[in-house]
Ligand binder design. Sequence first.
Ligand code: F0G
Length: 429
Amino acid sequence: MANMIKAWLECTRCNKQYDLEKVRYSCDCGGTLDMRRDLSAVDGQKMKQLWEDRWGTKRGLYASGVWRYKELIFDCEDDCVVSRQEGNTRLYDAGKAGEYAGLKNFYLKHEGENPTGSFKDRGMTCGLTAAKFYHANSVACASTGNTSASMSSYAAIAGLRSVIFIPEGKIAYGKLAQALAFGGKTLQIKGNFDDAMELVQEVCDELNIYLVNSINPFRIEGQKAIGFEVLQQLDWEVPDWFVIPGGNLGNNTALSKGMQELYELGIINKIPKIAVIQAAGSAPLSKMWKDGSDFTAVKDPDTIATAIKIGNPVSWEKSLRGIKWSGGIVEDVTEQEIMDAKAMVDLAGIGAEPASCCSVAGAKKLVDMGIIKPEETVVGILTGNILKDPDAVIGYHKDELGSMGIKGNYANAPLIIEASVDAVKKALL
Ligand code: F0G
C-alpha cells in the first residue's frame, strides 16, 4: 500500500484514544489497549491480492509470515523491523488426531515450527520492532517459558538486553535452556507466573524497561498473523471453528481481532467460531463462562501443561470480547485428556508440547458434546514444539505420571534388552 494506514491505541473499556508517540500498555482507567486503525479507505480485495503476491517471497521483509501482512500488523518504517522470517508454518491434516477427535476435516496449524519453537515469535517480532520504534535499550517479560525463549532470541537479534521473570522450578527445561542460551538475564521468582507478571509490570515502570508480554498491544498485532496465514493456506475459505489453548489469553484475543478486521475489510464473509480451551486446573475464563460469574483469578493454578499454568490472565476481557464476536465458546480439559490428546498428536507424526494439545483435547470434547459437528471444518492451533517439554513426554510413555493422576493410556515405553539377536527377536514379537 502506498499510503500508510493511520493507527492509534484505544482503551477496550472506555474507548479513550492515545497516539503511538508514547509507550503505553494500559489506559488511565486501567483498561487494556487495542491497536486500532482506520480501514475505511482500504480496498480489502486489493490488500488480499497484495498478500497473495507476496506469498513465497524468498528474502527480506515479506519472506516473514507476519510481515507479509504488514499493513494490518504495524505499518512502521521497514528498517525498524526485527524479524527472523517467522511464521510460514505448516497446516497439517490432523490424521490420527482427527480420527481421535471424531472430525473429518481437522487441520492442525503448527506454530511450534516457528524459529524458537512457539507461536510467540509472531508476537515477538512485532514486540521487538516496537521496542526499536520507541528506542528502548532493554526488554522484559514474565513467562511460563516460551515468551522468554522468544524474547531473548529477538532481543539478541536487535542487540537489546533482555530480562526474564520466570516462576522458579515451574517451566519446561527446553524453554529455560533457550532463554539462557540466547543470553536473557533470567530471574527465577519465588512465586508463580501471576506473581512474576505483577512484578515485571512494576519493574518495567520503575526501571524504564520495555515490556513485551501480551498486555503489550503490538504483541497482539503480530499474533493476528496466525489466523491470516491459515486463511491464506485455505485459499480464504473460512473454517467453521478455530480451537486454541488459553493461558494468559493473548493468542485468542489476537485471533479474533484479526478475523474481525478481515471481516470488516470484506476479505472473509463470516467470522469462524473460536473455542478457547483451558487446562481444568488453571481455568478462570472457563469457570466464568460456565457459571456466568464475574472474573475471579485462580489462586494456585496447576497443570502439567506448564505453558498455561496461569490463574490471573491479563487479557481476559479482550479474550471474552473476541469469543463473543465469533459466537465461540470456552471449555476446559483434564490432565488426562490433555496428555491422551498429546499422545494422538504425537502418534499422528506431528507432535507438540502439552499445552498445545488442549486444542485437540478440546475439539474432541466439543464433538462429544455435540457442539462441534463431525463434518465441520476445524483448525486447531498447536502452539509449541514437542521438544520444549521432553520430561512430560518421557513421563507419560514410562507411565510415571501417576502422582499427577495421569495414566499412560497410549504409552510406548522403551524396552531395556540384552545386546543379542535373540533378545531383539523376543522384543519384536
Ligand atoms: N501454548 C503455549 C505453548 C504457550 O506457551 C502459551 C503461553 C499458550 C499456549 C497460551 O497462550 O497466553 O496467549 O493464552 N505462554 C506464555 C509464556 C504465557 O510465557 O510463554 P496465551
